[in-house]
Design a protein around this ligand. Structure first.
Ligand code: NDP
Ligand code: 13P
Length: 297
């Protein structure tokens, strides 16, 4: 190991990554709210580490960087999956104002925190323009996590963010009892849609058929372990978004990301019918009308 490491953000994913990264060496963790976790430290102590893994919601990152972060030659892995709704910027664009490109990477792939924190096996992709960054981080990962390298940062980001929106759609489909045929159709058309969206921004096709795309989409869009899927189930029951999110008590990135994709698609004239319907349902459209509109000629 080439230095010290800390996780920033002690939510579900931050705690799971902290557990994983503590298997081979000491790993610090910090968060906005103090917690009784081994090796929990204050932010200043965490920022003195050489390697950082940042696991805070996408919509909070810009303000957090502005108010809390000072670059000190850190090597950073971003664990968040989302697109900033207010600006339509991808996370790598936001981080670019604070961290040089060669010092940053993005985690993608199918990885429910609840399974990682039990030490169950999974495979992740570490995406960075710098292979050296991958080589530096790879030894920190435990044996139960197989890591792959990709230089397709934008592909990983689009896939990780988009699948959350598609998981909402899939949860709506399940909640409305439209059947497994409809759900499989929605998920596979969703995969085509996220690939089309990603291609516009320079993503590689291979990222969408691998762990970052199909892998994470199939996981999230078919399981009640997913918060985004559960948002869809709640919408199908005609619950208000406010009540759904309060009940969830954790972040569901697909909600704000659907807004970002809707705006980016309008601006760049990209055909993204599923993301559009998710946005419209979140704005109040009847979910059954929405799914019928999607699944009929
Ligand atoms: N859970 C999972 O299975 C996976 C999640 N992800 C992604 O990881 C990211 C985090 O998800 P997850 O940990 O599950 O979410 P949680 O809702 O469980 O936790 C969010 C964390 O972010 C912190 N946070 C929230 N707002 C702010 C802020 N304004 N400033 C600083 N910190 C803040 C919270 O800090 P505090 O509680 O200390 O106040 C909390 O620790 C998301 O983008 C998600 O999509 C990716 C892969 C798997
Ligand atoms: O990204 C995830 C698994 O890879 C977690 O998905 P949810 O945020 O929908 O729970």
């Amino acid at each position: 190991m080439k230095g010290s490491i800390a996780v920033i953000g002690a939510g579900k994913w931050g705690q799971a990554l902290h557990f994983a990264l503590s298997q081979k060496q000491k790993c610090l963790i910090t968060s906005r709210t103090k917690r009784d976790i081994k090796n929990f430290v204050d932010l200043d102590t965490a920022l003195k580490c050489d390697f950082l893994v940042i696991a805070i919601p996408a919509q909070e990152i810009r303000a957090w960087l502005k108010n809390n972060f000072k670059f000190n030659n850190h090597k950073i892995l971003v664990a968040s999956k989302g697109i900033e709704a207010s600006s339509g910027e991808f996370l790598n664009e936001i981080y670019a104002d604070f961290v040089p490109e060669k010092n940053i990477g993005f985690i993608s792939g199918p990885s429910f925190a609840a399974e990682v924190i039990q030490g169950l096996p999974c495979a992740l992709v570490l995406n960075s323009s710098s292979k050296e960054l991958y080589d530096d981080f790879e030894p920190f990962f435990p044996n139960f996590i197989k890591t792959y390298y990709s230089d397709d940062v934008i592909g990983a980001e689009v896939a990780g963010a988009y699948k959350n929106v598609l998981a909402i759609a899939s949860g709506i489909c399940e909640g409305l009892n439209l059947g497994k045929n409809a759900q499989a159709s929605l998920i596979s058309r969703g995969l085509v849609e996220m690939q089309r969206f990603g291609k516009h921004f320079g993503a590689k096709k291979s990222s969408f058929v691998g762990l970052s795309g199909a892998g994470d989409l199939f996981l999230t869009a078919s399981s009640t372990m997913s918060r985004n899927y559960r948002v869809g189930l709640g919408l199908a029951e005609n619950k208000s978004l406010e009540d759904i999110l309060e009940e969830l008590g954790e972040v569901a990135e697909g909600v704000k990301t659907s807004e970002a994709i809707y705006n980016l698609s309008s601006k760049h004239e990209i055909y993204t019918p599923i993301a559009k319907e998710v946005k419209l349902v979140l704005d109040g459209k009847n979910p059954l009308d929405s799914l019928k509109d999607l699944l009929s000629n």
